[in-house]
Design a protein around this ligand. Structure first.
Ligand code: NAD
Length: 367
């Protein structure tokens, strides 16, 4: 079957890491066709806006988006709608991408890079499922002056259907993994969290084979550093997920290996999605051919799984990346002595795609 992928490289290291990911995707899925289109600062320079119509068209006529990163210096004083980052928000909104999926794994051979003791992170393999289109970031906002001075207000709103669909996503995903869901809220203080907990419990009744634990967000932040291996799937609202997913990524030791998926359908429905590394455009290393492409390549694996239904190709890519991270070569962010280029790492991953030997570490890889 032919698959169509819109590749939006963006700015900084975005073009370098997405080119690497496309090489690997083609090697794993030769029948994949790719359409490249500008986004972010690059698109502002060429088309006068961060998300040109032709880019949106390329996305609409594809099965998924492989996204690099957007942003860079020089946009601090520009209104939000004209900044490179607005393209990403517009894409999420246009395609109703309500579920953000962030795997956080400690890869074999990289445990020493974690700020935690290696024995605490060895084997860490969790996924944070973050609600992406509701909550505090999207509720009504005001900034006004009154008798006391200027006051700013944000509004945290959730409908029951929004909670239900992200909870179902998390439970469906847990069924493909270790069947354990940790639902994170602040129900001792927030009424939106009380609704969250009630709906999660209702959804849980449909998944008797999946264990659910409720955890307050402050405790979840502590437990993640105390024992990150205890977690399988975490599901939480937008802002809590934003914070916890960065914490989890840091515990793994590097953001250079952290992929993400933003999808608008369940994990087994092969819906449209946007896939990107969690890191930014890394202007400090852009254009030097030294960026770590692992996160972009692993994002392509998520794309193959969630949007193309190509589970086998996804697992092969993930194994090849895990084996390359374990055995080398590694890029400069992970190897101070004999760093490999982006291209050399990618070539090594492609070389391992068909490898018959599957290491213990690689077997832990399935999202
Ligand atoms: P960053 O993630 O770009 O860089 C932080 C540090 O990590 C830098 O030292 C960088 O060299 C390093 N790094 C990041 N990715 C790496 C990789 N793949 N390989 C090796 N090293 C890597 O964060 P920042 O510097 O805060 O942001 C730079 C720009 O990126 C800003 O304009 C920001 O707005 C934008 N940004 C975009 C996205 C996105 O497009 N989704 C996300 C975050 C930041």
């Amino acid at each position: 079957m032919t698959h169509r992928v819109a590749v939006l490289p963006g700015d900084g290291i975005g073009p370098e890491v997405t080119a690497a990911a496309v090489r690997v995707l083609h090697a794993a899925l030769p029948a994949c066709t790719v359409t490249e289109a500008p986004v972010g600062a690059t698109a502002i320079a060429s088309h006068g806006k961060p998300l040109p119509d032709e880019t949106l068209h390329a996305a609409r006529t594809s099965d998924a988006i492989l996204f690099g990163a957007v942003g860079g210096p020089g946009f601090d004083d520009v209104p939000p709608a004209q900044r490179p980052e607005s393209a990403l928000l517009a894409l999420r909104k246009t395609f109703g991408l309500y579920a953000n999926v962030r795997p956080a794994r400690a890869f074999a051979g990289l445990e020493h890079r974690s700020p935690l003791r290696p024995e605490l992170v060895t084997g860490m393999d969790c996924v944070i499922v973050r609600e992406l289109t509701g909550g505090l970031y999207f509720g009504p906002k005001t900034i006004e002056r009154d008798d006391l001075g200027v006051h700013a207000t944000e509004t945290l709103t959730y409908h029951d259907f929004e909670i239900e669909r992200i909870a179902r996503f998390a439970f469906d995903l847990a069924r493909t993994r270790r069947k354990h869901v940790t639902s994170v809220d602040k129900s001792n203080v927030l009424v939106s969290s009380q609704l969250w907990r009630r709906i999660v419990n209702e959804v849980a009744r449909d998944y008797p084979d999946v264990t659910v634990v409720h955890m307050l967000v402050d405790n979840a932040a502590m437990q993640l550093v105390r024992d990150p291996r205890a977690f399988d799937v975490l599901v939480t609202e937008n802002m809590f997920g934003d914070i916890l997913s960065d914490e989890a990524a840091m515990i793994t030791g590097t953001i250079g290996t952290a992929p993400s998926a933003s999808v608008g359908a369940g994990p087994n429905e092969r819906g449209f999605g946007l896939y990107e590394p969690i890191s930014g455009t890394a202007p400090d290393i852009a254009g030097r051919g030294i960026a770590n492409p692992a996160a972009a390549i692993l994002s392509a694996a998520l794309l193959a799984r969630f949007s193309l239904g190509e589970d086998d190709a996804a697992a092969r890519i993930e194994r090849a990346v895990a084996e390359t991270l374990a055995a080398g070569p590694r890029t400069a962010d992970l190897d101070d002595t004999a760093p490999a280029s982006t291209e050399a790492f990618t070539t090594a991953v492609i070389g391992r795609l068909g490898a018959a030997v599957v290491s213990e570490a690689a077997l832990r890889m399935g999202v």
